[in-house]
Write a protein that binds this ligand. Structure first.
Ligand code: NAD
Length: 493
């Protein structure tokens, strides 16, 4: 890749960054700097100090010092402070959007959508901070009443991947802070910059020093040091299933609290009575959005035999029309994949699936355009009739490649949908209410969308079944994962 062929001027343009924001100030991490690469051209443009275990200590200590005062504030006061800080971030949205595109690869439009959603989530919990009510059980015995208190946990570690660095952060940050915890976040080593600036802006907007801290670095060093830190009381993790399993093990000593939002292979079932063009659009959008790198992407389509040709033709036509290019270029609909490694893994999954007997309908490799040769681009790809034990059927496919299968009926569709280790999201397209209800009841997943695109709402709890996770984010349910409850019994004395 061209990362090794930089001109001297390009190498000189690589900006050094301290790598951490702790207790209201930049903190210089002591590890060797890690490159941040622009996925659209393969060139590093920043070098970010990697956190060592000692740097993680400094951040956790800062969060621990801030906890006493922050947790003692009224809930509504915490909401008010967070709301003001979030509005300050919003004032800097136009600065954050190109930064996110540059380090992640997504289009400017998608960066705007992501950052706006992240701020919406903060404001959702700001709103809830005024609406929270508790449990009171009067008359447990004569003259004896019961209450349920909620107390924050302490220092929360938030570990986030690179595909949606800011929304996945705010899903944790918002309920954690409103509930009275303090937070140390670790973004992916390849997307630290937006998160570090986001943290700085929240501080400048009035969030007290130490309440939210960020340490960048590798998963193996900074991530493990943070998860295993004895002062950290809870780990909120989003990422792959194997790393989630490792984190669960690291959290076993001391029974550290943990929530895990992990991988998925979301099925979509399209019945013969569906609005076929709406379903095909949802499949295309659901698979190719963010260059296919979303946990909730549509990763398997099961379409009724009688309408399969029509639906597949529409999906292939949409995939062929998507305009690829650098995320900051005018009119581009799909940017590059995030890393060369991710693209190589996708290419390997597609080629093994084709070798096993799948049929390539469109795509199947990088684009030909010379001006895209240095970026990590991969064409939108559709594969039909992949064998049930082939990689695209059983593994998580984290890129723009969609397998489609023909099924006889709803029963077969549901059986195939459930024949996966994952259970994150799912969707069903049918105009038949009985079919919709049956599918919603029987599909093993944390979300089922019926006749609508796969959008996540702050109002509803979100979290995977089976190997897709443990615990919930979003909605009031998220507070259950950032607080301990205590039963209090009060007598007349
Ligand atoms: P990953 O698990 O490799 O990394 C995620 C984060 O964990 C990064 O910050 C990484 O540095 C850190 N990490 C890695 N090893 C660690 C360790 N041993 N200890 C502590 N931290 C460690 O995930 P990825 O490949 O970067 O992200 C893509 C995956 O995330 C996909 O599987 C995707 O489905 C999943 N994901 C899930 C959701 C969800 O809400 N369920 C959302 C987005 C992404």
């Amino acid at each position: 890749m061209s990362t090794t062929h930089q001109t001297p001027a390009e190498a000189a343009a690589v900006v050094a960054h301290a790598g951490a924001f702790v207790a209201g100030a930049e903190h210089q991490n002591s590890g060797d700097p890690l490159p941040v690469v622009n996925p659209a051209n393969g060139r590093p443009f920043a070098a970010v100090g990697a956190a060592s275990p000692r740097d993680v200590d400094v951040a956790v200590e800062a969060a621990s010092r801030a906890f006493g005062e922050w947790s003692a504030l009224a809930v509504s006061k915490r909401g008010e402070i967070l709301g003001r800080a979030a509005r300050h971030v919003e004032d800097h949205l136009e600065e954050l959007i190109p930064l996110l595109t540059r380090e992640q690869g997504k289009t400017l439009r998608d960066s705007r959508i992501e950052l706006t959603k992240a701020l919406d989530t903060l404001m959702h919990y700001v709103g809830l901070s005024k609406a929270l009510r508790g449990v009171h059980t009067p008359g447990l015995d004569p003259g004896v009443d019961g209450f349920v208190l909620r107390r924050p946990l302490g220092v929360v570690a938030a570990i986030v991947p690179w595909n949606f660095p800011t929304t996945l952060l705010c899903n944790k940050l918002a309920p954690a802070l409103v509930a009275g915890n303090t937070v140390v976040a670790k973004p992916a080593a390849t997307t630290p910059l937006t998160t570090l600036r986001f943290c700085e802006l929240l501080f400048q907007g009035g969030l007290p020093a130490g309440v939210f801290n960020v340490v960048s670095g590798s998963g193996a060093v900074a991530g493990e040091a943070l998860v295993a830190h004895p002062t950290v009381r809870k780990v909120a993790f989003t990422g792959s299933t194997p790393v989630g399993e490792r984190i669960m093990q690291l959290c076993a000593p001391g029974v550290k609290r943990v929530t895990l939002e992990l991988g998925g292979s979301d099925p979509m079932i399209i019945c013969d009575d569906a609005d076929l063009s709406a379903a095909a659009s949802a499949a295309s959008m659901g698979r190719f959005y963010n260059c296919g790198q979303a946990c909730l992407a549509i990763k398997r389509v099961y379409v009724f035999e009688s309408v399969a040709d029509e639906v597949i033709e529409q999906i292939v036509a949409k995939a062929s029309r998507l305009r690829l290019g650098p995320g900051d270029a005018e009119g581009v609909q799909m940017g590059p994949m995030h890393t060369a490694g991710g693209r190589a893994e996708l290419a390997d999954q597609v080629s093994r699936t084709l070798e096993a007997g799948g049929s390539l309908l469109v795509g199947g490799g990088p684009p030909d355009a010379a001006e895209l040769a240095d970026g990590f681009f991969y064409r939108p790809t559709v594969v039909a009739d992949a064998p049930q034990d082939s990689p695209m059927a059983v593994e998580e496919v984290f890129g723009p490649a969609l397998p489609v299968w023909r099924v006889a009926d709803l029963d077969e569709g549901i059986a195939r949908a459930n024949g996966s280790q994952f259970g994150l999201g799912s969707s069903v397209w049918t105009r038949n209410l009985a079919r919709a209800r049956e599918a919603a009841a029987r599909i093993e997943a944390g979300y089922t969308w019926i006749n609508t695109r796969t959008k996540v709402y702050d109002e509803l709890p979100f979290g995977g079944w089976k190997a897709s996770g443990y615990g919930k984010e979003h909605a009031e349910e998220a507070f259950d994962y950032y607080t301990e409850t205590k039963a209090v019994v009060v007598g007349d004395g």
